[in-house]
Ligand binder design. Sequence first.
Ligand SMILES: *Cc1c(COP(=O)(O)O)cnc(C)c1O
Length: 349
Amino acid sequence: MLNGYIDLRSDTVTQPTPEMREAMAQAELGDDVFGDDPTINRLEEMAAAKMGKAAAVFVASGTMGNLVSLLTHCNRGEEVIVGSEAHIFRYEAGGSSALGGIAQFQIPNNPDGTLPLDRVEAAIRGSDQHEARTKLIALENTQNRCGGTVLPVDYMKQVRALADKHSLNVHLDGARVFNAAVALGVDVKEITQYVDSVTFCLSKGLSAPVGSVICGSPEFIAKARRYRKMLGGGMRQAGVLAAAGIVALEKMIDRLADDHANARRLAEGLADTPGFVVDLDRVQTNIVFFELDANAKVTADVVTQRMLEHKVKLISPGVHFRRFRAVTHAWVDRADIDRTLLAFKAAVT
Ligand SMILES: *Cc1c(COP(=O)(O)O)cnc(C)c1O
């Protein structure tokens, strides 16, 4: 429960824990643009170590993390290969194209979230003067729009091999990469060892109020700092935010397994509820996509409205769509899931 509601709109609604608020209040601070903020420096060292990279930089959001990373990898007129369902393509306001002059070659994601390797290879171009030059492959793990699906470690390895064959870099939009690691039961480094840069969110399932971190080589991160500054992201006493991020990395990763179990419970309950259709294979982490059955007597908008009356918040799919997304997080417990399922039964009839 969050402010009296079961809020399933996103894991971005999570709030800092009491321990985070305490750490924020006590944080030792400096001016981070001068490299003087000890709390930021500590968070960046911790994040780099966790990801198995030599350096890291704190940024305001996941969107800024991806934009700074793409600007660092690609010059104007160069191209990134990206999934048609990728957050970078769908939900970042076209930033890398608008601000970086970077072309995007979109490849339809497989239903499991991967990009077909043969199509990635066929998309690599730049030897002919007509073509934008491919510089980067961008992956997303977990893959939000495919259902929070997990890209397997072996797939990451295959993409690395393909990138090496063509002298390309690989960026990982790892907004929820800890969900992927927990779901696979592996250290997150197993996943990130195959990419040149990774950005992850502190502000989603990990419950910190603000911030993401980009991790990569020292040269990459030094260049990324310049782009962060250019975009207005050089924050001063940002250690107040990093203090919550440190607690997030220390305390909030292992418990993501609870969110996955709750998502599973929700998905199985919905699958048993006449009126809803769920593809259970794709419920792998904390995200549940489900649809109103074609025969349902109500519209998705009405369901959303009725759920709100039952104190459950959902994003409305809009009048033309039937597909819902529900996301579990630390402010939703098992009892909330059971209440939500009862509300869905009532709302669909
Ligand atoms: C949320 C999200 C982002 C962006 O994060 P913001 O902090 O909301 O800007 C990037 N990629 C994916 C896959 C996300 O889910």
